[in-house]
Design a protein around this ligand. Structure first.
Ligand code: FAD
Ligand code: DHB
Length: 389
């Protein structure tokens, strides 16, 4: 087989890149390790920046997003029983869109299928060859049958545990990492959201987040310890703990019900540099991870896709390699700012095992500064809705 761009990974980064390239007539093959149902079964991000909404429009995949997504003009932040609001539209003129990653992925799969563009599921043993030369190729196997694709470029969109990042020699690769001493236990429940806006809660018992997917589907998270397990949490235990972490009036209004999904995710900040090695480009979680506070993971993957799409389009339309040569630098400049925001928001909202009374006072001062200062709210809004690209 031969194509122009091999895309490793059929998550949101790979599918969005594939669809955007398709609009310019650039041929791609997507290789996905799992099945489509498996990918669609993963409950992940829920808040989209305008940049991602625009990319979905550009890819011709935004119809359902506009019909079923919910624009949010602001968010609520609580500490103890105090709650205040940061108004994004007032401060920076832009809302965010509540629309699940699952739905984004579903729309992108539908578009890829409608375009009859190739996607190979259940691939094993993916190996990238000669990425630093002029004639790279990718080998893999499906059900034990080996295959090979020759290409001009490879997009490594295969997430944190993929093969693409590890293909870049260690002598070239610089990794930066911070692991947080806690995780998030998340549940999905077919209940109306407790509030029409998200609530990020700092409480003496740890962080909580009240989010949603639609008017009848809520997503809630609580900070948990790293050695915790979903089996330790009955539905009742989860709801009781959530209620203790949000303001009393919100706890009173909380509608509880059976949890249809429950999972624990560890929190990590991670960046690898550079994001390009020869003809291989890393995109999304393959290159960087943020702790989820602030919903930057999927959105930062989207800005990478934008820069790579621009670079590859320019290469095929004008024969210029300027865009691909500056990809890593441009993507990383924005990635680090999303890393900073997610680290700051995580630090302000969670209980850390080694937190001193001084550290706690700093958190409250940070929260009260945000509550009282228009410029602090503006800075938060600017980051939350997404820095420009
Ligand atoms: P992924 O979604 O990881 O997709 C990579 C794809 O590559 C996968 O489908 C995988 O199966 C495939 N793959 C892996 N290895 C190979 C291989 N060798 N060959 C072929 N295919 C391969 N962000 C938020 O903003 N809010 C959240 O609440 C949130 N929750 C999260 C919960 C979890 C458990 C995780 C892991 C992430 C969460 N994120 C969240 C982050 C967000 O979901 C990611 O940033 C986003 O999925 C990145 O998309 P991606 O396409 O780059 O990577
Ligand atoms: C969601 C996740 C987040 O990490 C966040 O900051 C906001 C919303 C969610 O899954 O809905």
């Amino acid at each position: 087989m031969k194509t122009q761009v091999v895309i490793i990974g059929g998550g949101p980064s790979g599918l969005l890149l594939g669809q955007l390239l398709h609009t310019r007539g650039i041929k791609t093959v997507v290789l996905e390790r799992k099945t489509k149902d498996y990918v669609l079964g993963r409950i992940r991000a829920g808040v989209l920046e305008q940049g991602l909404v625009r990319l979905m429009e550009q890819a011709g995949c935004a119809e359902r997003l506009h019909a079923e997504g919910f624009p949010h003009d602001g968010t609520l932040i609580s500490y103890g029983d105090e709650m205040f609001r940061v108004d994004f539209t007032e401060h920076v003129g832009t809302p965010v869109m509540v629309y699940g990653q699952t739905e984004v992925t579903r729309d992108l799969y539908a578009a890829r299928e409608a375009a009859d563009a190739p996607i190979v599921y259940n691939v094993d043993d993916v190996v990238i060859h000669d990425a630093d030369g002029d004639a790279p190729f990718v080998t893999y196997a499906v059900d034990g049958v080996p295959a090979r694709i020759e290409c001009a470029f490879i997009a490594g969109c295969d997430g944190f545990h993929g093969v693409s990042r590890k293909t870049i020699p260690e002598s070239v690769r610089q990794e930066y990492e911070k692991v947080y001493p806690f995780g998030w236990l998340g549940v999905l429940s077919e209940t109306p959201p407790v509030n029409h806006e998200l609530i990020y809660a700092n409480s003496p018992r740890g962080f909580a987040l009240c989010s949603m997917r639609n008017a009848q589907l809520s997503r809630y998270y609580i900070q948990c310890s790293l050695d915790d397990h979903v089996d330790n949490w009955s539905d009742d235990a989860f709801w009781e703990e959530l209620k203790r972490r949000i303001p009393a009036d919100q706890a009173d209004a909380l509608v509880t019900g059976p949890c249809i999904e429950k999972s624990i995710a560890p929190l990590r900040s991670f960046v690898t540099e550079p994001m390009r090695w020869g003809r291989l480009f890393l995109c999304g979680d393959a290159a960087h991870i943020v702790p989820p506070t602030g919903a930057k993971g999927l959105n930062t993957a989207a800005s990478d896709v934008h820069y790579l799409f621009e670079g590859l389009s320019e290469f095929y339309a004008k024969g210029s390699s300027d865009g691909i040569d500056t990809y890593s630098e441009k993507a990383l400049a924005r990635v680090w700012k999303a890393e900073r925001f997610s680290w700051w928001f995580t630090s302000m909202m969670h209980r850390f095992p080694d937190q001193t009374p001084f550290d706690l006072k700093m958190q409250v001062a940070d929260l009260e500064f945000l509550r009282d200062s228009v410029s602090a709210q503006k800075a938060m809004a600017e980051n939350y809705v997404g820095l420009p690209y």
